[in-house]
Design a protein around this ligand. Structure first.
Ligand code: 5GP
Length: 182
């Protein structure tokens, strides 16, 4: 049986808690000023985006609503980013100002697919707010309105991101020791 992962398995903290929180507050302030009077709906994909969404929406001080999607086959291995939606949005986003709140973008294939699905609902606007961007890995070009951090091509965990479902609850973004990832 594979063992439980703990903070002991962390090799390096890539983005410390205070740096994360400060950046999330900045993104929230920018969204608040850009979307004043437009009541955006923030949409995130479970489970990874949950922590970023929870902090970001509390840093947004204008009226906004939240919605959630869940997908399976989600991840870099899924062919062309095509995923099965296992939980769809609760609200109709037609004519709404939608901001997709993502934890991390790697190749961009998954998000590209999801944006296509959301666009088909006819939102008034559709933008992306991503916390961590591995831009060197990008295969499809994506318009990203709000970016937390650009990071190099390293496998990270914490602040919503898991390894085998563990370590999502780390309050910082970290790189694991090699033996933990094997
Ligand atoms: P993409 O379609 O952009 O290649 O893949 C995006 C998805 O791959 C992310 O939403 C996430 O689920 C997963 N992913 C990509 N890089 C990482 C990483 O460094 N750590 C973890 N835990 N997941 C990642």
């Amino acid at each position: 049986m594979e063992r439980v992962l703990t903070p002991e398995d962390v090799a390096e903290v890539l983005v410390p808690r205070n740096v994360l929180q400060a950046r999330v507050r900045e993104l929230g302030a920018r969204i608040s000023s850009d979307y004043e009077g437009r009541e955006p709906v923030l949409v995130t994909v479970l489970k990874g985006g949950l922590f970023f969404m929870a902090d970001l929406c509390r840093a947004v001080d204008i009226d906004c609503t939240l919605d959630f999607m869940a997908v399976s086959g989600y991840g870099p291995a899924s062919f062309g980013g095509v995923v099965r939606i296992t939980k769809d949005l609760d609200e109709d986003i037609t004519g709404r100002n939608v901001i997709v709140v993502e934890d991390i973008i790697d190749t961009g294939l998954t998000l590209n697919y999801l944006l296509g699905v959301l666009r088909a609902h006819g939102p008034a606007s559709l933008e992306v707010c991503v916390l961590l961007d591995k831009d060197v890995r990008r295969i499809v070009d994506l318009p990203i309105a709000y970016r937390g951090f650009s990071i190099t091509d390293r496998y990270v965990v914490g602040y919503g991101l898991d390894h085998r479902q563990y370590l999502r609850n780390l309050p910082y973004v970290a790189v694991l020791k090699e033996e933990a990832v094997r």
